[in-house]
Write a protein that binds this ligand. Structure first.
Ligand code: ZN
Length: 290
């Protein structure tokens, strides 16, 4: 019998490992990610941002993930990654998603609390009404925005923009969220010369202060050592997106260049599925201490 996402996250934390969260915008990526997870037999989370969700289809992705979970009796879950409004969070949860991230980090602290609480209250209502254990995650502190390749570390990332443990505590208490994504030196995207180092002590303090499991965003480009230490310090879910996008694009480019006459999508895109599988397998091994 499959447990709930909340239970898998709790279990990961107890084991000192982390669940992998991987973004998709098409079914090829879903295949690559799922193949890797199945090979290692570890639970996983599929994520779609608002843009990714619009491309693949909200109901389509929900149906696909749920179908795999039920058909194979496999712990695969779906998260609405970085949704910016109450309406988009509500629509995702109503469509059957297991979790949603309300990203109100650009709003002033007070307004962030109001919007985040509204989402957490809705999730609570849904849990009571339907018995589905849906989760709400929110972000606190600055980790920049999109999953892309960067020449340098973005401006505005500094100790000042990292999450303070006392703010994390106040934020979780005021909103009732289930998971927190802190800023601990992580950024979205991959920096050419290497991503900044994580503040491991800060992770420990935030986890202790806030009382809910922590999610590390912007996992692409972080060193293996930093990952291992961050997971030990209290990270129980890690987000990877940019690395998957790079693997996909490079594999498609290479195939088209080498086989300019092929037009069958299932041939052109197969190497992309395999390239994604390889990236995800390596990441899952690291996160699950295998
Ligand atoms: Zn993120």
């Amino acid at each position: 019998m499959i447990k709930t996402l909340r239970e898998y996250i709790k279990e990961a934390e107890e084991k000192g490992v982390a669940m992998g969260h991987f973004n998709i915008s098409n079914i090829e990526a879903l295949h690559g990610i799922y193949d890797a997870a199945k090979k290692l037999n570890v639970p996983i989370i599929i994520g779609v941002s608002e843009g990714e969700e619009e491309f693949i289809g909200r109901d389509e992705v929900s149906t696909l993930v749920k179908m795999i979970r039920e058909r194979d009796n496999y712990p695969i879950f779906l998260n609405a990654d970085h949704h910016y409004t109450f309406e988009s969070v509500k629509s995702a949860l109503d469509a059957g998603y297991d979790a949603a991230i309300i990203d109100a980090v650009k709003l002033p602290f007070d307004e962030n609390i109001i919007l985040t609480k509204k989402c957490a209250d809705y999730a609570k209502e849904l849990r009571t009404k339907t018995g589905r254990d849906v989760l709400i995650e929110a972000e606190l502190g600055f980790i920049d925005q999109s999953s892309k390749l960067l020449d340098t570390i973005p401006e505005g990332i500094s100790e000042k923009t990292m999450t303070k443990p006392e703010d994390a505590k106040a934020f979780v208490e005021a909103t009732g969220i289930d998971l927190l994504a802190p800023s601990v030196g992580n950024i979205h995207g991959m920096v050419k010369g290497g991503n900044p180092k994580l503040d491991i002590e800060r992770i420990k303090e935030i986890r202790k202060a806030c009382g809910v499991p922590l999610v590390l965003h912007g996992g692409s480009g972080i060193s293996d050592e930093d990952f291992t230490n961050a997971i030990k310090a209290g990270i129980s879910t890690v987000h990877i997106n940019t690395e998957i996008r790079v693997a996909y694009k490079e594999a498609v480019e290479k195939y088209i260049k080498e086989n300019p006459k092929d037009i069958a999508p299932y041939k052109i895109l197969k190497p992309a599925v395999l390239a994604i599988e390889k990236v995800v397998e390596q990441r899952l091994k690291l996160f699950n201490n295998m």
